[in-house]
Design a protein around this ligand. Structure first.
Ligand code: FAD
Ligand code: PYC
Length: 416
């Protein structure tokens, strides 16, 4: 900590913590904007930031029904990687990865991107063949990846159970060393502060309840704080995407599911990488505070509650304890859920819609946190220019009519 920040901390402490300059304003909605982004998660805020910064759109607003980052952005397990199978997704997630690498500097806000390495474990010969195929595909796309043997894992992840007698014995893994974690809410705060400084209005506690249309084009949004006129509405509402699109008569090929995570009590450093296993439905990393951050597969039913069923996390913890028997003595501190929007090919939809001026960015399912900077970057281009960027062109709605699906179930990491 610099002498200046220490001095400020001391000064604010003595003044009863008054007089802090808020990191962003709390403006009243204006009657009209050039564009409105619905959803103040990381993706919506990143979109606003890049629209203002790169496309000169300053008369814009982000409208959030709760508080920024209170959706999946603040509920995820913060895993960042770009090791997707198909060229289209690999390039999109790799764009995000390169933005992560400079994001703290770009925003002058520490997003705590930590490239500590992400392992995807293989438990069967078929898993290992899939891992080899994916690593080869990644490398052909210029993305770092390695196949790691069981023997190497013994030194790289000391507490991992490598017994051949395990129910799902570990045979090896893929490793992306540039993958890792980032601080989820800092990403929302950093983009919010940056967007606000460029003139973007961030309007919290403002729910969109309707989308106005005339002659097949958007006219504005109905909100709990009045009607806002705008020719462009960009919906980035994760688990509620279909609800919002439905307000404009657009039907999306999405299902909303609960996805749960939990953290243990803090403990000394025991795990310096991210370990994921699709086969046993569990993944784990250790936060800087020392908590084990653990996540499960999705709850199988559709729902809009930010909670899930007990048996799902029970199953997940059984898997984690099987992978790391030493963790059986850790007590769990808290558990929560988010609502994820899953598309049939486990890929996002970043697209114009049949309604002129209505854009959607959704379908990130269980894996959109890692994409946050890239998603905002391409969506800003799409909304500002009324046309997709080449990186997101393959992810348009049209693919569900033409059949050009990009099946990334194998790389999705969380089984669904
Ligand atoms: P959100 O952050 O959910 O933002 C959408 C916002 O829209 C919300 O704040 C919501 O309040 C707002 N909204 C909805 N309806 C309205 C309305 N009518 N009016 C106004 N505002 C509205 N991804 C990874 O890459 N790595 C991970 O490790 C990972 N782990 C996960 C673990 C869990 C438990 C969960 C739930 C998700 C995980 N994900 C992970 C997925 C990731 O969190 C999401 O894909 C990503 O955060 C989506 O960001 P977003 O900004 O689109 O959505
Ligand atoms: O997409 O990498 C991922 C992920 C990990 C946990 C949840 N999603």
């Amino acid at each position: 900590m610099s002498r200046y920040s220490l001095f400020n901390l001391f000064r604010h402490g003595l003044s009863g913590h008054t007089g802090w300059k808020p990191a962003w304003r709390y403006p009243e909605p204006k009657p009209a904007y050039d564009a409105v982004i619905v959803g103040g998660g990381g993706h919506g805020l990143a979109t606003a930031y890049y629209m203002a910064k790169l496309h000169g759109m300053r008369n814009i607003a982000v409208v959030e029904k709760g508080w920024i980052g209170g959706g999946n952005t603040g509920r995820n397990t913060t895993i960042v990687r770009s090791n997707y199978l198909w060229d289209e997704s690999a390039q999109l997630y790799e764009k995000a990865m390169t933005l992560w690498e400079g994001l703290s500097q770009e925003l002058n806000f520490n997003v705590m991107y930590s490239p500590r390495g992400v392992f995807n474990l293989g438990h069967t010969l078929q898993d290992m063949r899939d891992i080899e195929r994916r690593v080869n595909a990644n490398r052909l796309n210029g993305i770092d990846g390695e196949v790691v043997s069981r023997e190497q894992l013994a030194t790289m992840i000391p507490y991992l159970n490598l017994s051949p007698k395990a129910r799902y014995p570990v045979l090896g893994a893929s490793l992306q060393r540039r993958g890792g974690t980032a601080r989820h809410d800092a990403v929302a705060w950093g983009y919010a502060r940056g967007a606000d400084a460029l003139g973007v209005d961030i309007i919290q506690q403002c729910e969109v309840t309707g989308i106005g249309r005339e002659d097949g084009a958007v006219t504005g949004i109905q909100t709990t704080r009045g009607f806002i006129r705008t020719p462009k509405v960009a919906v980035v509402a994760a688990g509620h995407s279909s609800v919002l699109a439905g307000m404009a008569g657009v039907r999306l090929p999405l299902e909303s599911h609960p996805l749960q995570a939990l953290v243990s009590e803090p403990m000394r450093p025991v795990l310096d990488s991210v370990v994921m296993s699709n086969a046993v439905h569990g993944y784990v990393s250790q936060s800087d505070k020392g908590e084990l951050v653990i996540g499960a597969g999705i709850d199988g039913y559709n729902g809009y509650a930010q909670r899930g069923s007990f048996h799902t996390i029970e199953h997940c913890l059984a898997a984690i304890v099987e992978l790391f028997p030493a963790f059986s003595r850790a007590r769990m501190l808290r558990q929560w859920g988010g609502i994820v929007d899953v598309a049939p090919d486990a890929c996002p939809i970043i697209s114009k819609t049949p309604v002129r001026g209505l854009f959607i960015n959704c379908g990130w399912g269980t894996g959109g946190f890692k994409a946050t900077p890239g998603s905002g970057w391409v969506f800003a281009h799409t909304v500002a220019k009324d046309a997709p960027h080449p990186l997101n062109a393959p992810f348009d709605l049209g693919r569900f009519a033409t059949g050009h699906l990009i099946d990334e179930h194998g790389a999705a990491a969380v089984a669904h």
